[in-house]
Design a protein around this ligand. Structure first.
Ligand code: RI2
Length: 322
């Protein structure tokens, strides 16, 4: 949840700098920021309200390009402003939709945890990568059900989100092994199940997640270890049905190498993609709040739960969505 005093710009900056991070959290933070912004606007007309809100939505969506949860969430609440109703009603409708989105997002993680825990057996060793609320919720739910589980958690260069993960697991009293990213293959044969989150899922069922996920999935595939992705339905990317690709955010070189060291290495270019793409063949199951699906069924989620149809989309001529 965002700090109630945070302005729209502060929330946008918080998302950009990753002070607010995690695909689900940034979606909720953006919606809460829009709701607060709507409350602070004093438009004279519905048109003015729409314009002010659209500027705010654009600012938030531009902060991080890969996590499709962000534009999906923003679009979900902005759709309420399409109705031609009195201004006061539009404000109320926006407020209600924003509240409903945040509640359903939190509820979705709880349902994913319930379904995901069923895939973890007593005695399982689970590997996770980065810091995903959805993936951790599954692990923690299994632990709370009394299953004896052990976790391998990666460090997650360069931002070190693994530290957030091991603190959470430690707080729950879950036996955890903390490893550098490069050690994944060395331990994969000790692992029964890999569970990760997602920033975006394409219509082909490919999973975009924190850099380093694809090599883990590859190692798991080679070791015949199942890979499960825990992801709310708003992590699916509708525009991939039209052939759009998910942009992979490349972050500042200074996250990898200090400016001081880099300055002394003029022939070296640091590359710092924040995400990678795991092909659907390396994903066994995607657990959503609507149930578990094979990656090949991604289109059904886009059509049935995100409410997109290609015809409607073409008619609208709208290519500004997620
Ligand atoms: P939940 C994070 O991105 C990680 O890649 C994580 O796997 C994903 O979002 C999903 O997180 P970042 O913000 O929504 O650390 O499951 O770049 O919490």
């Amino acid at each position: 949840m965002i700090d109630a005093d945070m302005t729209l710009e502060e929330t946008a900056e918080g998302i950009r700098t990753m002070e607010i991070r995690g695909a689900g959290r940034i979606a909720r933070a953006a919606v809460e920021a829009l709701e607060a912004h709507a409350g602070g606007l004093r438009p004279a007309t519905l048109e003015e309200f729409r314009a002010g809100m659209q500027r705010a939505a654009d600012l938030l969506v531009a902060t991080r390009p890969t996590a499709v949860s962000l534009p999906n969430a923003v679009r979900n609440v902005m759709r309420t402003l399409e109705a031609d109703v009195p201004l006061a009603d539009a404000k109320i409708a926006f407020h209600e939709r924003a509240q409903a989105f945040v509640a359903s997002s939190i509820g979705a993680v709880a349902r994913i945890a319930e379904f995901g825990a069923r895939h973890i057996r007593d005695g399982d060793v689970v590997m996770t990568h980065c810091n995903s609320d959805a993936a951790l919720a599954c692990i923690i739910a299994a632990h709370r059900e009394g299953k004896a589980i052990e976790v391998f958690a990666t460090e997650v260069r360069p931002r070190g989100q693994g530290l957030v993960t091991i603190r959470r697991l430690n707080d729950e009293g879950i036996r955890t092994n903390y490893i550098v990213d490069a050690a994944v293959r060395s331990f994969i044969n000790e692992v029964d199940l890999v569970i990760v989150g997602a920033d975006a899922i394409t219509v082909s069922g490919a999973v975009v997640n924190k850099i380093g996920t694809a090599p883990i999935a590859l190692a798991a595939h080679e070791a015949r270890t199942n890979v499960v992705v825990a992801a709310e339905t708003y992590k699916f990317a509708p525009l991939t049905t039209l052939g759009d690709l998910i942009p992979i955010e490349e972050r500042a070189p200074s996250e990898v190498l200090s400016d001081e060291i880099a300055a002394a290495l003029p022939h070296v270019r640091v590359r710092n993609p924040a995400f990678d793409v795991t092909p659907a063949e390396y994903v066994d199951l995607i657990i959503t709040e609507q149930g578990a699906i094979p990656p090949s069924m991604a289109w059904l989620i886009i059509r049935d739960y995100l409410g997109w149809s290609i015809e409607q989309f073409h008619q609208a001529g709208d290519r500004t969505g997620p």
